[in-house]
Design a protein around this ligand. Structure first.
Ligand code: FES
Length: 56
């Protein structure tokens, strides 16, 4: 599913960025571009990121 519609970032892409070392939202944004347009996805993207970090 898409987490960020504006930038076409999927939950898979967020998980991949975490697997590649993203550990906070700024790093996630730099890696994927998530949340850099309208910002509506930020809460959801953060949740997916935190889940992925927990699962590591
Ligand atoms: Fe992610 Fe708009 S949906 S910035």
């Amino acid at each position: 599913m898409y987490v960020c519609v504006c930038n076409s970032v999927s939950d898979k892409a967020v998980r991949k960025a975490v697997a590649n070392g993203a550990r906070n939202f700024i790093e996630l944004q730099q890696a994927t571009g998530v949340g850099t347009c309208c910002g509506k996805c930020v809460g959801c993207a953060r949740e997916v990121m935190l889940d992925a970090i927990e699962e590591e």
